[in-house]
Write a protein of this length. Structure first.
Length: 293
């Protein structure tokens, strides 16, 4: 039996065919739900919902880990905080590099969004009010899925159900630019290129690098949802990438807010989301509360 992240004190534990159900004070967690037929062990998601939820907006959270690690359980305080604010949180896994390629793992996340659309009402959620969020690698996936409509269209969905996108501290919204910057830095310092860096992860093909970049797909009148881009203000790469995506969205008349968090790190900005007096959290909830109205 998989353990449950102990954000609150568990009161009741049940087991079902689709995963473990844990009632936690005024909310419950349902773990390891398959989101596709014949699911791989990583093609599963967790649902965190307030008890007696009804027609609540839904956050779909995509974990980071360089597209080759990480897990949906790494949600820190987010379930408790989002539930307390009147949101359901769904945290999804996806298959990882190098076992599958980037297109396949992106389609896994799109399939998880399809499951949410089809089944979240059973947990008290509104399938027409989804917010797509992710950290690091998950930020790239969130931004891509909210700008390149092809992945949702394959699942019979459209941008109409997505009310907002929140990529957190990603460095790959413009992958060719990131590759050029990172590789030039290595060359200038006489250091070897990484054996499995962004160039390889995204297919070692300039056309693929461009195609997996959110900035490539931003255009006017596509129905792209509003964006809040959170990033670590003290890091030049994520700052440059946030500004790049923000400027492209603005040029396409897509509502976008950028928030550079100070005195934090790549890991800490994610872990602190939901904590009291955290500035990025304040920006996050100001955005989502407006987005779902």
């Amino acid at each position: 039996m998989k353990h449950v992240i102990g954000l609150l004190t568990a009161l009741v534990v049940l087991t079902s065919a689709h995963g473990q159900v844990v009632k936690i004070n005024a909310s419950y967690t349902k773990l390891d739900i398959p989101y596709t037929k014949n699911a791989d062990k990583l093609q599963t998601l967790d649902v965190y919902a307030p008890l007696k939820a009804k027609n609540l907006p839904v956050v779909v959270w995509i974990h980071g880990g360089g597209w080759q690690g990480g897990d949906k359980s790494e949600v820190y305080d987010k379930p408790h905080v989002f539930n307390g604010k009147g949101f359901i949180l769904v945290s999804t896994n996806y298959r990882l590099l190098p076992n599958v390629d980037m297109a396949t793992l992106t389609r896994d996340v799109a399939k998880s969004i399809r499951w949410v659309h089809d089944h979240i009402a059973e947990h008290g959620g509104d399938p027409k009010r989804l917010l797509i969020m992710g950290h690091s690698a998950g930020a790239q996936l969130a931004a891509l899925l909210c700008t390149d409509e092809r992945y949702l269209k394959e699942e019979g969905l459209s941008f109409a159900i997505i009310k907002g996108c929140v990529p957190v501290d990603g460095d790959t919204y413009d992958i060719p630019a990131m590759i050029e910057v990172a590789e030039m830095r290595q060359r200038l310092h006489g250091l070897p290129l990484p054996k499995f860096g962004h160039r390889i992860k995204f297919g070692n093909d300039a056309a693929k690098h461009k195609d997996f970049s959110a900035v490539t797909h931003v255009a006017k009148n596509k129905g792209i949802p509003p964006f809040l881009i959170l990033y670590v203000a003290g890091h030049p790469d994520v700052t440059a990438q946030a500004l790049r995506l923000g400027n492209v969205l603005k040029a396409a008349d897509v509502p976008v807010t950028l928030f550079g968090a100070r005195e934090t790190t790549h890991t800490k900005i994610n872990a602190d989301l939901g904590r009291p007096n955290d500035p990025a959290t304040t920006a996050l909830f100001a955005f989502v509360e407006k987005a779902v109205k």
